[in-house]
Design a protein around this ligand. Structure first.
Ligand code: ZN
Length: 463
């Protein structure tokens, strides 16, 4: 099985993989140089191809589109994309493995990614190697900040020059899966569950050129470093994803790390979707990889300045195609046509809906919300969940079961097999510092004035 292309770049047997990666880098470089008109032509051609592919090879799309009376020939232009029905998270989640996996791929040849992220509904998708390579090749330091990319040759050069690490991610452990390629490329992953002290030590020891994490982790590091008056290594680029970034955090990060925060938008299902450039006028959508629609309640494109539901089509995913997918559960504001940096990539001025709180334990340590949601990702027949910290030492986990006949016999009771497994995981993550109750329920209400319910709520940590 061919996996992790650049992982074993030093072995002769993996030369082919290194070459495939180099070819993906060349491809992305060409695509990132296209002007707006060529980019649109590329998207259109690619869309036709991927729609036909999904229709012919992937059951979940074939069935859905046939039911809607749509054939691949109906999708000729970008505008005709709107003829396709939306693909919901439920569509992918309820489908069996064989229904979401292309006939052309064996599961063992794909990366299997699971996600619950911000929507509180677990999902699994298959990612083929070519798509993974395109994601890896889309180097944020290079394209969005004009800094040297992390490539096989920089890795070798860094190794020979005994340079420090180039790229450090402080993220939930699971993300190792998909980032294994970066690993050997002098990419270090530090568990976001560790304390800010551990994070600061890692940053100061490894001295990464690029640092990638969540806003809450960066905030904790900044606060800790200032409290203890520790000087923190100054990376050239500081990237954050997964939560809302506010002005106080940008200011705090600049004062602590001596560099601006670059906000990145991505998801497990799609990889990187959009990123700020150094002008900070919004997030540029990576149009060579995704078609992003921002839709109102009636399914029409929202005008500039208005908030719309994010619907994405991935132009490269084949193992599990992602077409007109509304399952990210995010809302974003359509930005002006052009950023002052003159990149032809469309702008989002804001991404909303990543509503998660950080849980602070009685001893003052922080638990990043994704560590908690991860504990529920593979629970069978779990339709929705919400993790609520109601007191410093007490969490209640609301669990909603699938409303299907097969789920009848499944129990989320605390003394059942599944309940015990869930409680065991939470105890480990919370280091036994909080009691956890499981609360099976019929539904999770959306708070007034909001479009979605948060997956992790802390009623304690309001700061
Ligand atoms: Zn820009």
């Amino acid at each position: 099985m061919v996996r992790s292309p650049v992982l074993k770049v030093t072995g002769i047997g993996d030369l082919i993989n290194a070459l495939r990666y180099a070819s993906a880098v060349r491809r992305v470089r060409e695509l990132m140089q296209l002007d707006a008109a060529d980019l649109e032509r590329f998207q259109q051609g690619r869309l036709r191809e991927i729609v036909r592919y999904a229709y012919e090879n992937v059951e979940v799309y074939n069935r859905k589109w046939r039911q809607a009376g749509i054939r691949p020939d109906d999708i000729e232009t970008l505008a005709s994309l709107k003829k396709l029905p939306l693909t919901t998270k439920e569509d992918l989640r309820r489908a069996s493995r064989d229904e979401i996996l292309s006939k052309e791929f064996k599961p063992e040849d794909c990366h299997v990614l699971t996600s619950s992220g911000s929507t509180g509904t677990p999902i699994r998708v298959y990612v083929d190697e070519d798509k993974a390579l395109i994601d890896m090749a889309l180097s944020l330091p290079k394209y969005m900040a004009g800094l040297p990319p992390v490539t096989a040759s920089t890795v070798i050069r860094d190794f020979l020059l005994r340079r420090h690490i180039r790229y450090m991610s402080i993220v939930v452990k699971k993300e190792y899966l998909y980032h294994e390629v970066f690993w050997t490329m002098k990419h270090t992953v530090v568990d976001s569950l560790e304390t800010p002290d551990v994070h600061i030590r890692a940053i100061n020891t490894k001295k990464p050129a690029y640092l990638y994490s969540y806003p809450s982790v960066i905030r904790n590091i900044c606060i800790r470093a200032r409290e203890k008056r520790i000087a923190v290594h100054q990376p050239q680029l500081l990237m954050v994803c997964g939560e809302v970034v506010d002005a106080p955090l940008r200011d705090l990060a600049r004062r602590t790390f001596g560099t601006d925060l670059v906000n990145v938008y991505g998801s497990t299902e799609l990889g990187h979707i959009a990123s700020e450039c150094p002008s900070h006028e919004g997030l540029h959508v990576f149009s060579c990889k995704v078609i992003m629609e921002l839709l109102d309640e009636a399914g029409r494109d929202v005008p500039v300045g208005q908030t719309g539901r994010v619907v994405v089509t991935d132009l490269f995913s084949r193992a599990t195609p992602i077409i007109r997918y509304s399952g990210l559960g995010d809302y974003a504001v359509r930005g002006q046509a052009q950023c002052s940096c003159e990149r032809p990539l469309p702008l989002l001025t804001r991404v909303e809906g990543r509503v998660v709180d950080t849980v602070v334990l009685p001893d003052g340590q922080m638990v990043h919300p994704y560590n908690l949601t991860l504990a529920l990702e593979d629970v069978p027949y779990l339709s929705k969940f919400q993790i609520r910290q109601e007191r410093p030492d007490y969490l209640r986990v609301l669990l909603v079961k699938d409303n299907v006949p097969e789920a009848q016999a499944v129990s989320f009771a605390p003394d059942g097999d599944i309940g015990r497994m869930i409680l065991g995981r939470f105890n480990r993550i919370l280091r036994g510092q909080a009691t956890v109750d499981l609360a099976p329920t019929d539904d999770i209400p959306v708070p007034p004035g909001s479009r979605k319910y948060p997956t992790v709520v802390s009623l304690v940590n309001t700061g």
